[in-house]
Design a protein around this ligand. Structure first.
Ligand code: TYM
Length: 345
């Protein structure tokens, strides 16, 4: 395995996160719930951001489509402001320790624990014909996190249960095989942006797999489309611009989107829009979103125009990631009783 002499030797705590390459564009929920925080966290942490391409195999997809989406997802991280000089940007499948640690963890996981995972239950309830990979998906996610001794994992609210099982598995491994085998991670869920709702069904989260096209804003949408989707967002009949997610889910969601992107607090927005109609709020939300998305789209187009540069980023990221992953995996192999020797890889 190669050694990167310019890899940072900081003692900063590590963070790690990833997204599935399941669509041709991230939506505003991924962006505000996760990516914006990833960018900010680069300052205080040694960050590892990967594309969860192995997870994407749980849903049968055309191989060329997965490949294309994997590249686009990585490019979107960088376009949003993840700096590949500071943070490792890589593909999960390029670091073979991910599925390797998953196997060890799977052997510590009870069937019942996986049966209780709500995302799996939701998907199968909708008639999704599940495979074993989908069932064990959270174990692979635990391996992703635990390989890097990650102190924190920045995600949206929908990933909380997966982080709980990750913590349980880390503690169990430490109890069985030695207290310092794995680092028990903390979720990093920023309350203000942890749950961006569907524009058409504001009681449900914005989701690439369940939202309609009108219900979600894609980061690839052009300004007209963004404005149109926000203009037709579902609100309510009471006419008052007030944050109350229980009874005014649609209006509250628009306030959250505005607030996170403009940096204006929700009470300030409520005061400013007091006495105005929903049309005024929607107009401004559209402006704020377009203002954030336009430079992102420009950077993304430039990155996608230069596939060699993206390959270099991913190769460098995988090399840095593999350095950390191999240290953890060597420790785990030894602790669980696998014979030391020449591991080929
Ligand atoms: P994924 O690909 O579904 O989503 C990527 C990130 O976006 C967040 N997110 C949202 N945040 C706020 N509002 C929304 N409407 C919204 N929709 C999505 C998600 O919480 C997530 O942070 N299992 C993970 C991928 C993964 C992973 C990991 C994450 C695999 N291994 C290890 C962290 C660490 C997933 O499917 O995310």
């Amino acid at each position: 395995m190669g050694h990167m002499s310019d890899a940072p030797t900081t003692a900063q705590p590590r963070i790690l996160s990833g997204m599935q390459p399941t669509s041709d564009s991230l939506h505003l929920g991924n962006y505000l719930g996760a990516l914006v925080n990833w960018v900010g966290l680069q300052d205080g942490f040694d960050a590892y951001y990967f594309v969860a391409d192995l997870h994407a195999l749980t849903v049968p997809t055309d191989p060329e489509v997965i490949r294309r989406r994997t590249r686009v997802t990585a490019a979107q991280y960088v376009a949003a402001g993840v700096d590949p000089q500071r943070s490792a940007v890589f593909c999960q499948s390029h670091v073979a320790e991910h599925p390797e640690l998953m196997w060890v963890l799977a052997c510590q996981t009870a069937m019942g624990e996986m049966n209780r995972m709500t995302q799996f239950k939701d998907k199968t309830a909708k008639g999704h014909n599940a495979n074993v990979g989908l069932f064990t998906y959270p174990v692979l996610m635990a391996a992703d996190i635990l390989l890097y001794d990650a102190a924190k994992v920045p995600v949206g609210e929908d990933q909380r249960q997966h982080l709980e099982i990750t913590r349980d598995l880390a503690m169990r491994v430490n109890q069985r095989f030695g207290a310092d085998t794995l680092v028990v991670p903390e979720p990093h869920i920023v309350k203000a942006s942890a749950k961006i709702q569907d524009l058409q069904e504001p009681e449900a989260k914005m989701s690439g797999s369940t939202s309609s096209d009108k219900g979600m804003i894609l980061l690839s949408d052009d300004p007209k489309r963004i404005a149109k989707k926000i203009r037709s967002a579902v609100t309510d009949a009471d006419g008052e611009i007030r944050y109350d997610p229980e009874t005014k889910a649609g209006v509250s969601n628009l306030l959250v989107i505005h607030s996170v992107l403009s940096g204006t607090s929700i009470p300030q927005l409520e005061a400013r829009f007091s006495g105005q109609g929903y049309g005024a709020l929607k107009g401004e939300v559209a402006d704020v979103v377009v203002e954030a998305v336009a430079p992102f789209q420009e950077r993304l187009a430039a990155l996608l125009d230069d596939p060699a540069e993206l390959d270099r980023i991913l190769a460098g990221g995988a090399e840095r990631a593999a350095e950390v992953a191999s240290i953890t995996m060597t420790r785990v192999r030894e602790r669980v009783g696998l014979l030391a020797g020449a591991v080929r890889g």
